[in-house]
Ligand binder design. Structure first.
Ligand SMILES: [Zn+2]
Length: 205
């Protein structure tokens, strides 16, 4: 692609770093931004800089948060003995949308995937195991996507905590294999949490 401006080329190159954005789409987006009122483009770049520089992760559940403790963890009406283990922040958002879960979350930040070089040490697993050891948790609900990596991750965590006094369950698999939680409709996802099954029973099926 030949550019008449170095500035334009630079902006297109940066934009095309985003997932799913090729050079042509990047060019279309940059030209769109140039046609917009100037303040609108500055608001966008300001929001991106701010989210990058100022975002925090909750020290307890690793959810994205503006404060040290996220709003969910800080809410005294949530049941801290019930923890839903999820892969990433999008899963928290999806489950919160169902309004059918009143416990807390633990965001792992991914799933164990040897193919991608992601091992247990790359995920927020230790802090989860520590929570279980402290005795504050009565039940862990595994809500990972029903993929091989999700199952491997569940099983790894289960092995770490099975000697402690904690129940483990997994969300009902009405959700078709390979589906991501965030794409499941709210009613199905809400039901799958209510209809959760003991984790060990799910291993035999
Ligand atoms: Zn939190």
């Amino acid at each position: 692609m030949e550019f008449s401006s170095k500035l334009l080329e630079n902006a297109v190159n940066e934009m095309s770093q985003l997932p799913g954005i090729g050079k042509r789409t990047a060019l279309r987006l940059v030209l769109h931004l140039l046609r917009q009122p100037e303040h609108q483009t500055f608001q966008l770049s300001d929001a991106l800089s701010k989210v990058r520089a100022e975002i925090n992760f909750c020290r307890s559940c690793h959810n994205i948060s503006d404060k040290e403790l996220c709003e969910i963890c800080a809410n005294p009406n949530r049941n801290e003995a019930l923890i839903c283990v999820v892969e990433d922040i999008r899963d928290v958002m999806a489950i919160e949308n169902t309004s059918s879960f009143k416990g807390l979350y633990h965001v792992l930040g991914g799933k164990i995937s040897p193919m991608d070089g992601i091992g247990p040490q790359d995920l927020n697993i230790n802090s989860l195991v520590e929570k279980v050891k402290s005795g504050q948790v009565k039940e862990l609900i595994f809500a990972m996507s029903p993929t091989m990596e999700g199952d491997t991750t569940n099983f790894y965590i289960f092995r770490q905590i099975q000697d402690y006094d904690v129940e483990t369950s997994t969300i009902a698999r009405g959700v078709a294999a390979g589906n991501e939680l965030e794409y499941t409709d709210e009613i199905t996802l809400g039901r799958s949490i209510i209809d959760r099954v003991p984790f060990e029973a799910s291993l035999k099926s």
